[in-house]
Design a protein around this ligand. Structure first.
Ligand SMILES: CC(C)(COP(=O)(O)OP(=O)(O)OC[C@H]1O[C@@H](n2cnc3c(N)ncnc32)[C@H](O)[C@@H]1OP(=O)(O)O)[C@@H](O)C(=O)NCCC(=O)NCCS
Length: 184
């Protein structure tokens, strides 16, 4: 599925357009972007277009484009993957494709908007994620949005000539609801 438009303060989540596939493959050609990711080789345009079609047709995955609110410029992607409807949980992933846009709080806001949608619209109970050790930017954005560590898989990913641990994070609906009350 593609996610519906959701307005934030700095960014908006939008359903992705097919034309974005050409931009996505440029992002994945940048080793700075893929440094801590499992995807390490850029897909072809056709593969990327097919991937968008597959996600659109999937009842268990939701993807949004992250665009700047001020001018609609595409800056990233965010999604809920492998939604388990019976167990009411999902995996999640986020990228801000242009490194010059990092550190401006865009991912934190996008993660917060996705969490509201997952808990208030989809009725999920939990969202999970994992981050390679060293990807402090990603872990910080998740923690700022309310995720907490729930595990650490030691020496679980091998890249750049060495082993990396995998940080497992989760956000639970009731704990998140309490945070919303505390922030009021
Ligand atoms: C991870 C990613 C989505 C974060 O996006 P972003 O828009 O830069 O994130 P934000 O600006 O919302 O938040 C980044 C946080 O990391 C902090 N940060 C930035 N650089 C950092 C660094 N080198 N070390 C530690 N923390 C850092 C920021 O200060 C901010 O935390 P704070 O506000 O609590 O200080 C983006 O860097 C990205 O797309 N990376 C490549 C793809 C990727 O690794 N995706 C995640 C896969 S799990």
């Amino acid at each position: 599925m593609f996610g519906p438009s959701i307005e934030g303060e700095l960014i908006r989540l939008d359903p992705p357009k097919t034309a974005y596939a050409a931009i996505y493959i440029q992002w994945f050609a940048d080793p700075q972007l893929t440094h801590y990711m499992l995807v390490r080789n850029p897909p072809s345009l056709r593969q990327e277009e097919e991937w968008l079609e597959q996600v659109a047709a999937s009842p268990n995955d939701i993807i949004w484009a992250i665009v700047l609110r001020e001018n609609g410029k595409l800056i990233g992607n965010i999604g809920l993957q492998h939604i388990e409807w019976r167990h009411r949980h999902s995996h999640s992933g986020t990228i801000i494709g242009d490194p010059t846009q990092w550190g401006k709080g865009y991912a934190t806001e996008a993660i917060r908007l996705r969490t509201i949608y997952a808990f208030r619209e989809l009725g999920l109970e939990k969202i999970l994620t994992s981050v390679s050790s060293g990807n402090e930017r990603s872990r910080r954005a998740l923690e700022r949005a309310g995720y907490k560590q729930c595990g650490l898989l030691r020496r679980n990913r091998f890249f750049h000539g060495r082993w990396h641990d995998e940080w497992l994070g989760e956000i639970l609906r009731d704990e998140w609801e309490t945070q919303q009350i505390d922030q009021k």
